[in-house]
Ligand binder design. Structure first.
Ligand code: SIN
Length: 492
């Protein structure tokens, strides 16, 4: 079932599917248990998708294995053409796809459209990279032999993707897999299956052979369990919490899988005394309030130098107070709803804990007057490292502000976490920029910008923020095996 209010808003409904895509076939939902999908802005059911059982996952794995045989031999140029077609279909239907995303995920239409463009950029990027999977020859220590290195697709890949970027996080895994010559099974988050199922439809339209892609809806335990215990699946790529990432590491041990993990973050955002305060305010808002604060790379802790602390806060409050909260489909909305009640409870818990430990709420601090899953953009000062908000990822629209005096002190505070995904800072002194970039223990550093994500750059973290990189020229490596051939016995 798909709610008619939902379909009525789309100019073209052929990309909106509520059937799972199993080995190139759309599921017959009459025979399946179904699960509800809600609009987080209204908490109303917008449709249902299948909750697949083990046997369906096994069928998809078998189909992926069979398809892998031909797909790995398909010339890179052909794989590239298909990826490009998929990218252009995303762009062609951008408005409808953005609407589907906003209705199931909550983000503003503007952000949803930007995400579809971001998704297409990964497919185009990997369409180009597919043609550059180069090997090597290595000078041999022995005269009668050659050392030849080739790169081969790793095989069948499984992807487990989150609700916060329900299209782009699929594109960045699926793009790499298809480019490398792997078949791929995608398990989207239960909150946002419709943006994922779009890929089944565009794959069909672009001519991707059946079985190379499956989109499997259902619960994480059943599907994740089948993925990690399968000997056919050679790699799992996961974006989500550190807690689930650790579970996947354990579960995949028995089959020794390759894992790519893009896990939680707790990004510091530092404003040094020589920074442009106006630029830093804009960057902090871009980083903190994108997707209502629900990204792994959101600024989680904002450190401001004592000399400019008051001025920064004055300007920051003014701009944050002007952000419009509302249903993502409404015009001019900057901050949509949070995904669900549990997400709100986490933010409230951090705020209450911070107040008890000396924090002061200068803006927001509570649920928005719209009710449901809406939360007011919040600024809290007097933050310190005894607070939960310094130690946990917030994943919500809360800006805690910490005051600091020295470079040494702020680097120590910024690194005082088990996370290591993204970090940001604003400064002008070149020596300081270099020193601080080196000292921060993070996989990605934004200097004088709050926005770092792009298909061309390697996205990923260190410490408990993950393993591997996505996008960029490095992103394909995770989907390839290195093969060494020692060619001996040749006449010279
Ligand atoms: C994420 O939050 O997981 C991804 C954000 C991005 O790609 O910018």
């Amino acid at each position: 079932m798909i709610n008619t209010n939902f379909t009525a808003q789309l100019s073209n409904t052929h990309l909106l599917k509520n059937q799972a895509y199993i080995g190139g076939e759309w599921s017959d939902n009459k025979k399946l248990a179904m699960m509800n999908v809600l609009n987080p802005a209204t908490n109303k059911v917008i449709g249902q998708v299948p909750s697949l059982e083990k046997k369906h996952i096994q069928k998809a794995i078998k189909a992926a294995k069979a398809a892998q045989v031909g797909w790995r031999k398909t010339p890179a140029t052909q794989r590239s053409i298909i990826l490009r077609k998929m990218a252009s279909l995303l762009i062609k239907h951008k408005q409808d796809l953005a609407l589907i995303m906003t209705i199931e995920q909550g983000k503003s239409l503007l952000e949803a459209e930007a995400e579809i463009t971001y998704s297409a950029s990964f497919l185009n990027w990997f369409a180009e990279e597919a043609r550059r999977i180069y090997g090597d020859t290595i000078p041999s220590p022995l005269a009668d032999r050659k050392i030849i290195i080739t790169k081969e697709p790793i095989g069948v890949v499984a992807a487990i993707t989150p609700w916060n970027f329900p299209s782009a996080m699929i594109a960045r895994k699926l793009g790499a897999a298809i480019a490398a010559g792997c078949s791929i099974l995608v398990k989207p988050a239960p909150q946002t299956p419709f943006s994922a199922l779009v890929y089944g439809k565009i794959a069909e339209l672009a001519g991707l052979p059946k079985g190379v892609l499956s989109i499997l809806t259902g619960d994480a335990i059943t599907i994740g369990g089948e993925f990690s215990s399968s000997n056919i699946i050679r790699k799992i790529s996961f974006t989500g919490s550190t807690e689930v990432g650790k579970l996947l590491i354990k579960q995949s041990a028995s089959t020794v899988k390759r894992l790519s993990l893009e896990l939680g973050g707790n990004a510091p955002f530092i404003v040094f005394s020589d920074a442009s305060i106006d630029d830093a305010v804009i960057g902090a808002i871009q980083s903190k309030y994108r997707n209502s604060g629900q990204t792994c790379v959101c600024a989680n802790r904002i450190y401001v130098h004592a000399k400019i602390y008051d001025e920064f806060i004055k300007k920051y409050i003014k701009k944050v107070a002007a952000l419009k909260v509302g249903n993502g489909t409404d015009k001019g909305v900057d901050i949509g709803p949070m995904i669900d009640e549990a997400a709100i409870l986490k933010v409230e818990n951090q705020i209450n804990d911070a107040i008890q430990k000396g924090g002061e709420v200068l803006l927001g601090g509570s649920r928005h007057e719209l009710g449901l899953n809406f939360f007011s953009p919040t600024i809290l000062t007097g933050a310190n490292h005894s607070m939960l908000l310094a130690n946990e990822e917030t994943f919500g629209p809360l800006s805690p502000i910490f005051k600091f005096e020295t470079e040494e002190e702020v680097i120590k505070l910024a690194n005082d976490t088990n996370f290591g995904l993204a970090a940001y800072f604003y400064a002008r002194d070149v020596g300081l920029i270099w020193r601080v970039s080196e000292a921060l223990e993070y996989g990605m550093i934004g200097v004088n910008t709050g926005s770092i994500s792009t298909a061309e750059a390697p996205f990923g973290g260190i410490k408990q923020s993950g393993i591997g990189r996505e996008g960029s020229k490095y992103g394909l490596d995770d989907y390839l095996e290195i093969k060494y051939m020692c060619l001996a016995g040749i006449d010279q």
